[in-house]
Ligand binder design. Sequence first.
Ligand code: FES
Length: 108
Amino acid sequence: MPRPQKHVFVCTQMRPPGHPRGCCAAHNGGAVFDEFLWHLQQRNLFNEIQVTATGCLGPCNQGPTVLVYPEGVMYARVNKEDVAKIIDEHLLKNQPVTALKMPSDFWE
Ligand code: FES
C-alpha cells in the first residue's frame, strides 16, 4: 500500500439530542465524510489521500470539523459543497482554503 500524501479526518461524532456540546453528526458530518469518499473514488485518489471518519476533534461548536495532516490544518463548519474545494486547493495543490480554516482566535 502506498503511503498517502494527505490524511483527512472528518468528525462524525454522535451525541444524544440536547447534549450541551452538540455534535458534528447533527450538522451533517456524515454527509461530509461521504462526499470526500465519493470524490476520491471518482478521481481515483485513494492512493494519494486517505480519509477517516473520526470521533470528536474538540471544537464541537464549529462543526463539522475536518483536520488535514501532515499540515495539521483544521477546517470549521464544512459542508458538502466545500469538499471539492478542499480537495482541489489543499489536498492536490497544497494551498489550504483560508476561508474555511478554523478561526485563529479559537485556539488562543
Ligand atoms: S463533535 Fe465534532 S468536533 Fe466535537
